[in-house]
Design a protein around this ligand. Structure first.
Ligand code: NAD
Length: 259
C-alpha cells in the first residue's frame, strides 16, 4: 500500500482503532489529520507522527460547525482529502431495550449516526470536486446482528451500514468508493468500558466469556482493524465499494458451537 502524496482524515483518531489508522496511514506515506474531541489524544497522535506530516483537530463530530472546521483545516494544511476514516463512536449504556434511557439513546445516535452523516455530508463534496477519494465508515458486527443489551449501539451501527450503501451508490459513478469495516470485540478502551458495565466486579471474566465465542479465541487488535481500513482506502481495493468488511476473529461466521 502506498499513500505517498495522499491526505487521510481520521475521526476518533486520538485513541484505539482511529489512532492505529492514523499511525498506519502515516507509516505508508500519507499526511494525516487526527480529529478527536479528546484534545490530549489527538495532540499525542499528531506529535507521534510528527508535526510536518500530521495535524490535530479538536472537534465534536456531532456539531456541523466542528466538522466544517476539520475539513477546512485539512484542506488548508495539506490541500486535499483522499482517504476519510469516519470512525468516532461511543458504546452508550449496556441495558435492555425495555430499560434503556432516552437521553443515552439520543447521545449514541448523535455520535454514531449523525456524526458519520455529517462527516460524509462535508467530506464527500471535497472528494467530488477532486474527482477522487475513498471513505471507510467504522460500523461493527453490531451493524450486522443484534446484541442484547445494546439497542442504541446496534441501531446506530446498522444505520452506519445503511449510510455506507447509499453513499457508495451515489458516488460510485464518480469513482469514489465508500465501504464499512465491521470489527468484532477489539482490545481498546471501549471494550474495557463495556466489560466494566457488564461485570463491575470481574471485568476480566467478561473477556474470557466473550473470547470463548470467537473462533480465534481472542480480541482483535486496533492495528488489525486499521490494516483493513488502509486496504479499503488503497488502490488494491479498487473494485470494492458498498461492502462491509468483518474483522471479528470469525465470531459472526461461526458463533459458539455445540461441542
Ligand atoms: P475508543 O474509545 O478507543 O476510541 C473512540 C474515539 O472516538 C475516542 O478517541 C473518542 O474521544 C472519540 N470520540 C467519541 N465521541 C466523539 C465525538 N463526539 N467527537 C469526536 N471524537 C469522538 O474506541 P475504539 O474501539 O477505537 O472505537 C472506534 C470505533 O470502532 C467506534 O466507532 C466503535 O463503535 C467501533 N468499534 C469498536 C469495537 C471494539 O470492540 N473496540 C468493536 C466494533 C466497533
Amino acid at each position: 500500500m502506498d499513500f505517498k502524496g495522499k491526505v487521510a482524515v481520521v475521526t476518533g483518531g486520538g485513541n484505539g482503532i482511529g489512532r492505529a489508522a492514523c499511525l498506519g496511514f502515516a507509516r505508508h506515506g500519507a499526511k494525516v489529520v487526527v480529529v478527536d474531541r479528546d484534545a490530549g489524544g489527538a495532540e499525542a497522535v499528531a506529535a507521534e507522527i510528527g508535526r510536518k506530516d500530521a495535524i490535530a483537530c479538536i472537534a465534536d463530530v456531532t456539531r456541523a460547525a466542528d466538522v466544517q472546521a476539520y475539513v477546512k483545516a485539512a484542506l488548508d494544511a495539506f490541500g486535499s482529502i483522499d482517504c476519510f476514516h469516519n470512525n468516532a463512536g461511543i458504546e452508550g449504556r449496556i441495558a435492555a431495550t425495555a430499560e434503556y434511557e432516552e437521553a443515552v439513546f439520543d447521545a449514541v445516535m448523535g455520535v454514531n449516526v449523525k456524526g458519520v452523516f455529517l462527516g460524509l455530508r462535508h467530506v464527500l463534496p471535497v472528494m467530488v470536486r477532486q474527482g477522487r477519494g475513498a471513505v471507510v465508515n467504522t460500523a461493527s458486527i453490531a451493524g450486522l446482528v443484534g446484541t442484547p443489551g445494546m439497542p442504541a449501539y446496534v441501531a446506530s451501527k446498522h444505520a452506519v451500514i445503511g449510510l455506507t450503501k447509499v453513499a457508495a451508490g451515489e458516488l460510485g459513478p464518480l469513482g469514489i468508493r465508500v465501504n464499512a469495516v465491521c470489527p468484532g470485540p477489539i482490545a481498546t478502551r471501549m471494550i474495557e468500558d463495556i466489560a466494566r458495565q457488564v461485570s463491575p466486579n470481574n471485568p476480566e471474566g467478561v473477556e474470557e466469556r466473550y473470547t470463548a465465542g470467537i473462533p480465534l479465541r481472542r480480541y482483535g487488535t486496533a492495528e488489525e482493524v486499521a490494516n483493513v481500513v488502509l486496504f479499503l482506502c488503497s488502490d488494491l481495493a479498487g473494485n470494492v465499494t458498498g461492502a462491509q468488511y468483518v474483522v471479528d476473529g470469525g465470531r459472526t461466521a461461526a458463533p459458539a458451537g455445540v461441542s
